[in-house]
Design a protein around this ligand. Structure first.
Ligand SMILES: Cc1cc2nc3c(=O)[nH]c(=O)nc-3n(C[C@H](O)[C@H](O)[C@H](O)COP(=O)(O)O)c2cc1C
Length: 184
């Protein structure tokens, strides 16, 4: 069992976070949830707050005394999903002004897995530069770009095409989307 952090911001797509939480827990992992204020509001609005509150631990985004604010805390990695352009900008520039951005900063400095799932369209130059900066710092940017070639029949299955990629990059084996070519 590993310990993962799930950061949820005020970008659209709380379903991606809820599904990520579901599969992490199903795989036997312990998940700590950190939601920004806007993240709570948008998750509420998108009907996902209840699902997200199934996390094993819910941390206060203002609590810098939480263990994951320190590099000495042995969590395995973190996903920020969905990631707003505001939080993206903070993380890309070392602005650790809340527990979510501080934990992301800890991931980068300790060379742990940091998966960022940005959601916006279109991207402006600042967004793209921030994604470049985070990639150079060691994060993996996985845009919330679902695919259709697995022929998903439900919104959940469509969201899971993104979630499978998040789990892969957190080193969590899953069979959500069959490996391409495996059905031949
Ligand atoms: C319904 C709704 C959807 C939003 N979707 C996005 C989005 O997809 N991407 C984004 O960057 N901001 C989005 N926003 C705006 C963010 O919530 C806002 O910039 C907020 O300050 C982000 O704060 P946070 O990064 O602390 O969560 C949305 C806001 C609302 C109310």
């Amino acid at each position: 069992m590993s310990h993962y952090l799930l950061g949820v911001t005020g970008a659209s797509g709380a379903i991606y976070a809820a599904r990520t939480l579901h599969y992490l827990q199903k795989s036997g992992h312990f998940v700590s949830l950190i939601m920004t204020d806007a993240g709570k509001d948008v998750a509420d609005y998108e009907g996902q707050r209840e699902e997200l509150f199934k996390a094993d631990e819910i941390l206060d985004v203002k609590d810098f005394f939480a263990s994951c604010a320190s590099g000495s805390s042995a969590f395995a990695g973190m996903a920020v999903v969905p990631c707003s352009m505001g939080t993206l900008g903070k993380m890309a520039n070392g602005v650790a002004d809340n527990l979510l951005t501080r934990a992301a900063d800890v991931c980068l400095k300790e060379r742990r897995k940091l998966v960022i799932v940005p959601r916006e369209m279109p991207y402006n130059w600042i967004h793209l530069k921030n994604m470049e900066q985070l990639t150079l710092a060691g994060a993996v940017v996985i845009p919330a770009s679902p695919h259709f070639y697995a022929k998903p029949q439900t919104v959940e299955a469509l969201a899971d095409t993104v979630v499978a990629k998040i789990l892969n990059h957190l080193d969590v084996p899953n069979a959500i989307v069959p490996e391409w070519g495996s059905n031949k």
